[in-house]
Design a protein around this ligand. Sequence first.
Ligand SMILES: [Zn+2]
Length: 138
Amino acid sequence: MSAVETLLHRNQQFATTRFDRSLRMRPSMSSIVISCFDPRVDPAVVLGAEPGEIGVLRNLGGRVTPHTIQELVTLREIAQSTGSDIGPGWDIVVLQHTDCGTTRIKDRPDLLARTSASPRTSSTRNRSATRTSLSPMT
Ligand SMILES: [Zn+2]
């Protein structure tokens, strides 16, 4: 069985046995996590989040890029279209990690500039979260 076939099978199992239709699109913890693509640091696993608790945006390096900001703006517009909002009371968690792959291309600023990912070369950044409050976007 190929990887795609395995994933499709698992998805079918999930959809029929474990998907909770009562979950809302709005994260119940009013939190958005921005994190790295790296499969070793799945934000739900690292933060112990249950389905529906957090929203996640992932990119290379877990960076807040212009694209990330645009996604946040669009998320707010989606929320407002449903009579909800994203703003005061919400948290944005930027989750970065040790041994990030972006550190391996630190001598390639051209690649990093394209992705807006700048590597942290220090191992002092651990699998910890930086918590900041989302300012109202008015
Ligand atoms: Zn990474």
